[in-house]
Design a binder for this molecule. Sequence first.
Ligand SMILES: CC(C)(COP(=O)(O)OP(=O)(O)OC[C@H]1O[C@@H](n2cnc3c(N)ncnc32)[C@H](O)[C@@H]1OP(=O)(O)O)[C@@H](O)C(=O)NCCC(=O)NCCS
Length: 181
Amino acid sequence: MTNFRVAGPEDAAAVAELHGDSWRRHYRGAYADAFLDDESPEYLGEMWAKRLANRDGTRTTLAEYDGQLIGLAHVVFDADPTYGALVDNLHVRAPRKRQGIGTKLLAHAATDVPTGLFLWVLEQNTAAQAFYEARGGLRGDRKNVPPPGSESRRLNGTPACFRYYWPDPVSLTVSINAYDA
Ligand SMILES: CC(C)(COP(=O)(O)OP(=O)(O)OC[C@H]1O[C@@H](n2cnc3c(N)ncnc32)[C@H](O)[C@@H]1OP(=O)(O)O)[C@@H](O)C(=O)NCCC(=O)NCCS
């Protein structure tokens, strides 16, 4: 059975590995190959070590199966005065997609969030957009993707992303107990 728990500093390397694997599978085209293939392991390793060492105002939820990491959701509380908490990252291990794990991770991200909830999804990532729409997300504005670490060479041109948002994210948390992932 899939287990969900809050991440701590000791999880940084495993989280970075899953995040990078998912980026390389799903962000290619928008992110530059050289960044994805050569630089992202170090970039994500440092980012997650820093994030999980100081977790103030955030929560990272992990999904595990037989002790193996199969998903992650990172939420930043009070990120925006209008839209509320930001789901900054949501990734499910590729072979475990479409088994309800993303739904439960999104529910964990929404738990104890008294504000709205929102996120940004790449324009090319139509599969994730279908997921957010299936979970009741509303499509908002479109903007250019901010380059990782503010380095524009890490992007291919000027890819765009869409905001998805939930003004009342309590509705998402219902799925935690709806069925077993
Ligand atoms: C997007 C993602 C988090 C969704 O998680 P998931 O565990 O695969 O999704 P779920 O199984 O909970 O899906 C719930 C519902 O969403 C919809 N959905 C999910 N994936 C879909 C897809 N590829 N195409 C169409 N609809 C989809 C379906 O209605 C699905 O219900 P169903 O399987 O009973 O038809 C996951 O697929 C993932 O990690 N993708 C790669 C990384 C990524 O794109 N992350 C988002 C970055 S913004």
